[in-house]
Design a protein around this ligand. Structure first.
Ligand code: LLP
Length: 432
């Protein structure tokens, strides 16, 4: 009935999220509202951890890619789940640290890190800086020297693998802006350079080939290329790289008609490949890292909106307008991403019409979806959009000076705010 688990319909015909009536939630906390079911978040963490453990033992770490959903409370949950985290800006590192997350388990990524960010990472003893380019490598070494420290690093590499995903979220091909190219020798040069520098300590390599990937093959190919690279490094430098971070990107279902991604099979195949390559090449088993973002949080999220009006242009074009839009979920207009929705107060009624869900921004393209199957919507209905836990809140904006919604966590039937709703005062706080 629903693409996400832990959703149901109660006797009143209302949608329930984690056992709580969505209409009660909307009445108490207002809309638009991001609701996160923490049961689902934890279950996904635990599922992945047990799969990795089954096929690779405990010489591994799962890092939550916090760009998919970032606030202090999620870092607390990741800490409880024994996860590391992937951060990509001083803002994400700061949030993690302010949440009390252990800095040694923070990985710092980015293709254009600023010197301030590198300084911040070193001052806060961030676990690994994942170095993207030679300029950054030199800056980091320089900053570390000034501070009298040695930075533990990985190098971000481009394995040259096409993950067959939307071009905005593909990252592993040679034309990508991220990382050092393996094929043209740039990556090996960077390894040698890093080994010469005194204030960086090269521990391993990283790649991330894209997001929302449904095929196992690209992951395997990338893992193979990375293991071959570790072998080449050993041959050319007599040093063995002991950390292998294979990034995230595991595909998630947004629609009931979407195929599901066999994560068990993917991780099993990757772990077996890494083990067999290590044994073929006489290498130690590397410390293995995965960095899932979407897989952990996407299906935990439901966004609640209030319907403003409906407009029937003709029999085929019907708009249902809501009190949010591209400012809280830009994914339809950016990537054409599709979502399922229901009217939370009419959840037991049949869905009989296909509508375009219009946002409130002054922008014709501001839609949350087209051809979305829905019950007949009227002003005041509560529209629930599913699987919005990843890259929604974290990509929200104040365009048109709309307020960023609150984030509500639900766990064991209890609701607690993780992020307060922005206020009008917040909007002008930095205006002078
Ligand atoms: N590691 C690195 C280095 C990454 O760049 C990313 C995502 C991840 C891990 C996590 O990927 P995931 O498991 O979440 O697929 N805004 C886009 C997604 C951009 C992904 C960027 N990097 C979207 O809404 O689809």
């Amino acid at each position: 009935m629903f693409v996400c688990e832990n959703l149901s319909v109660n006797k009143k015909g209302h949608l329930t999220i984690g056992g709580v009536d969505a209409i009660d939630i909307a009445n108490e906390y207002g809309t638009p509202l991001y609701v996160m079911d923490i049961y689902v978040v934890r279950k996904n963490c635990e599922r992945l951890a047990s799969i990795v453990n089954k096929y690779y033992g405990n010489n591994a770490l799962l890092c939550f890619a916090s760009k998919s959903f970032c606030c202090k409370k999620i870092y607390n949950i990741m800490q409880q789940e024994n996860m590391g985290v992937d951060t990509v800006s001083i803002g994400e590192m700061y949030t993690a640290i302010k949440a009390g997350f252990p800095s040694k388990k923070v990985y710092f990524h980015g293709n254009s890190k600023t010197e301030d960010e590198l300084e911040y990472a070193l001052e806060n003893k961030i676990g690994r800086v994942v170095v993207d380019n030679i300029t950054e490598l030199n800056s980091l070494n320089y900053i570390a020297k000034k501070k009298g420290v040695v930075a533990d690093i990985l190098l971000r590499l481009k394995p040259g693998v096409d993950a067959h995903v939307h071009k905005y979220v593909t990252t592993g091909s040679v034309n990508s802006k991220f990382g050092f190219d393996i094929a043209n020798g740039e990556a090996m040069e960077a390894v040698k350079k890093a080994m010469e520098l005194e204030n960086v300590n090269l521990l391993g390599i990283h790649c991330h080939i894209g997001s929302q990937i449904f095929e196992v093959e690209p992951f395997l190919l990338a893992a193979e290329i990375m293991m071959d690279f570790i072998k080449d490094v050993k041959i050319k430098t007599q040093n063995e790289l002991l950390e292998l971070n294979l990034g995230g990107g595991f595909g998630v279902r947004y629609l009931q008609t979407d195929k599901s991604f066999d994560i068990d099979c993917c991780i099993k195949s990757v772990c077996e490949l890494v083990k067999s390559k290590a044994s073929d090449y006489g290498l130690s088993l590397p410390f293995l890292i995965f960095e899932p973002g979407r897989y952990i949080v996407a299906q935990a999220g439901v966004t609640l909106y209030t319907v403003g009006c409906r407009k029937e242009i003709d029999k085929d074009i019907k708009y249902v307008s809501v009190n949010g839009g591209m400012t809280d979920n830009p994914r339809y207009i950016l990537y054409g991403s599709l979502y399922e929705a229901t009217l939370a107060n009419k959840a037991s009624e049949e869905k009989l019409e296909k509508v375009s869900i219009a946002g409130k921004c002054c922008e014709s393209g501001d839609l949350l979806g087209e051809g979305v199957l829905l019950q007949r919507a009227e002003k005041g209905d509560i529209l629930a959009m599913f699987a919005t836990g990843a890259y929604n809140y974290s990509m929200s904006s104040n365009y048109n000076r709309n307020l960023i919604p609150a984030v509500l966590f639900i766990e064991n039937g209890n609701c607690s705010l993780a992020v307060k709703r922005q206020t009008l005062e917040d909007l002008i706080r930095n205006d002078v």
